[in-house]
Ligand binder design. Structure first.
Ligand SMILES: [Zn+2]
Length: 247
């Protein structure tokens, strides 16, 4: 059994000067990683959600709840073979039985709102999805074990995105430039982690190395257990979780 994976953490969120309080307009900074495919940002354009401006008025004197920040969509979920295209044979030169392409996408423009003298991101959706056009499985090699291995790839991406949303939601900065800088750093950080663990189109990640693309049964089960724990317990994804205890 073998497979490959690729994923993309889109880096985005350029921030421009605030125009009016609560109505700053970040602008896109398109910066995909080398070796990863590009796709028109925003896609359907359906990811943008109303920001703070759409909150209902509150009675005078009532405490104002903080505006909602980024939220996660599309994960967790169980993947199925319907997320993949079926192929009769592996593409030439590829030594893999399946490949999953998971994406983490965010809108090109998001709002910035004031928060106690600081600035924070307004509400928007971070979406985890599978690029079916670049995900495939060799029909006669479909198995529950292979699907579970691919699920692991998807969960690595999803956990990275979940932790990114947590970080972005907590983010406060005095200036738009500071906010932009931190947003870029956090996206970079989680993208790097996801790639180190899950691999990319051009590099083999720790997950595939240790599980030998899922064929090392013990290692595969170990990874699945750790990933499950991260999902169920909220444990933050980190490379150190997967280090084998050796004393
Ligand atoms: Zn794999």
């Amino acid at each position: 059994m073998g497979d490959g994976s690729s994923m993309r953490f889109r880096k985005l969120l350029g921030v421009s000067r605030a125009q009016t309080s609560g109505d700053a307009m970040p602008v896109p900074e398109k910066c995909d990683r080398p070796g990863l495919t590009n796709r028109p940002a925003g896609g359907s354009g359906g990811h943008h959600r109303p920001g703070a401006a759409h909150r209902s008025p509150r009675p005078t004197g009532a405490p104002t709840s903080p505006p909602a920040g980024p939220t996660l969509s599309g994960w967790p979920r169980n993947i199925s073979w319907s997320d993949f295209q079926e192929v009769g044979a592996r593409p030439a030169g590829v030594n893999e039985a399946a490949q999953i392409k998971s994406d983490v996408t965010q809108p090109n423009r998001v709002g910035v709102v004031p928060d106690n003298g600081m600035r924070r991101l307004a509400a928007y959706t971070v979406t985890v999805s599978i690029g079916r056009d670049q995900s495939w499985v060799v029909t006669d090699q479909k198995s529950a074990a292979l699907l579970a291995h691919e699920q692991g790839h998807f969960d690595i991406t999803g956990l990275s995105a979940r932790d990114l949303v947590t970080d972005l939601s907590a983010l406060r900065a005095a200036t738009l430039e500071g906010l932009q800088s931190e947003v870029t750093r956090l996206i970079e950080q989680q993208g790097t982690l996801a790639e180190a663990l899950g691999g990319t189109a051009s590099s083999v990640g720790q997950y595939d190395k240790e599980t030998n693309h899922g064929s090392n049964r013990d290692a595969q089960q170990r990874w699945e257990g750790i990933l499950r724990g991260c999902i169920q317990n909220g444990t933050r994804l980190s490379a150190s979780l997967f280090r084998t205890e050796d004393h």
